[in-house]
Write a protein of this length. Structure first.
Length: 345
């Protein structure tokens, strides 16, 4: 009995230590995100004092400051905040659910589906941002369904899903290239800036749909965090533990795709944020607790930090997607080499 009590005490102490680590990491990521948000509001061609920025945010008309902060910097910061969180938490959901770090929306073609629909609306139909958002969501869901059907075969295979997704992504990228060739010339620069993933030109009118989507579906993923961790053990184990695998998977995929599609429609496909956020959060948090919320915060920090680097670290200003692409491409190569050595590919 004493041995059993000692074992239980040891297990509980380990759980408390992991929980304290989760709290510390999550709190640190949230604090860093707040600092980056403040930097986005304060920094620009002109660095304004904190007091003047606060006055402008409170609605007071401050000459020069009100326009720069409320019209340019605040929408840019909010777009990076919501899009980064959406990319981060959705990417982690796909990677955890499918038990493969390559199974993220960028690699398996979901983002490309939303991008193709958005580019079609921009350069061919010349529609409003609302229509672009709706088309992106529909195209993202349709792409997921199409990839899932093609990867089923006689039985579901994660490896087959990834390979099919990569093929669909290549096809959709070809469609995007064709649309850029046949589209009106005056729309091409805007489409190319959008495809690179950028916070430039973000406006408050573009944000409500993204914000509402994140505020609705992110809590769904967080509430299903324990079920998501159980799904990582495999479908048979999840069913044995009382988890309705099919319904949970549908809810997670639908929530993730909606956030990814709206984020893509708002900021463009910011490269590798969905790919990097989950692994970084997992390294920081460790095992034992869901890393959905930390992954979303990592996504926020990646987007905001990359945007600040793109604006101020070089003589020429680069869109945020170029900076995240520079960070993510080496990690993808490293991951492929490591998985090949382990025989996972």
């Amino acid at each position: 009995m004493k041995t059993n009590a000692n074992a239980i005490a040891f297990i509980m102490e380990g759980r408390r230590q992991r929980f304290r680590r989760w709290i510390l990491v999550t709190g640190s990521l949230a604090a860093l995100a707040c600092m980056l948000c403040c930097a986005m509001l304060l920094l620009g061609n002109t660095i304004y004092p904190v007091q003047e920025v606060i006055r402008a945010l409170m609605g007071e008309q401050v000459k020069g400051v009100s326009f720069a902060v409320n019209t340019i910097r605040l929408p840019r910061m909010l777009a990076g905040l919501f899009a980064g969180f959406a990319f981060g938490i959705a990417g982690n959901t796909f990677q955890t659910m499918l038990r493969n770090p390559l199974a993220n929306p960028n690699v398996i073609g979901i983002t490309a589906g939303s991008s193709a629909a958005a580019v079609f609306c921009i350069v061919i139909l010349h529609t409003s941002n609302t229509v672009v958002s709706i088309a992106s969501v529909i195209a993202g869901l349709a792409t997921v369904l199409f990839i899932y059907v093609l990867s089923r075969g006689r039985s579901f295979s994660i490896g087959r899903l990834i390979l099919v997704g990569i093929g669909i992504q290549a096809m959709l990228n070809a469609v995007i290239s064709y649309l850029l060739l046949v589209g009106d010339q005056q729309d091409i620069p805007a489409a190319l800036r959008w495809l690179s993933g950028s916070l430039n030109g973000s406006q408050m009118d573009d944000l409500p749909y993204l914000a509402i989507t994140v505020l609705i579906f992110a809590p769904v993923i967080l509430m299903l965090g324990k079920h998501l961790s159980i799904l990582e053990l495999g479908e048979q184990s999840a069913t044995t533990l009382g988890v309705n695998a099919d319904m949970t998977r549908i809810a997670l995929i639908f929530s993730s795709v909606c956030m990814i599609a709206l984020a893509t429609a708002t900021t463009g496909p910011i490269a590798f944020v969905a790919f990097l956020s989950g692994p970084i959060a997992k390294r920081l948090v460790g095992v034992g607790f869901s890393n959905a919320l930390p992954a979303g915060l990592v996504g926020v920090n990646l987007v905001l930090a990359a945007d600040l680097i793109g604006q101020f670290a070089f003589e020429v200003r680069y869109p945020v997607g170029i900076i995240t692409g520079i960070l993510g491409a080496p990690y993808l190569i490293y991951l492929l080499i490591r998985m090949n050595r382990k025989g996972s590919l």
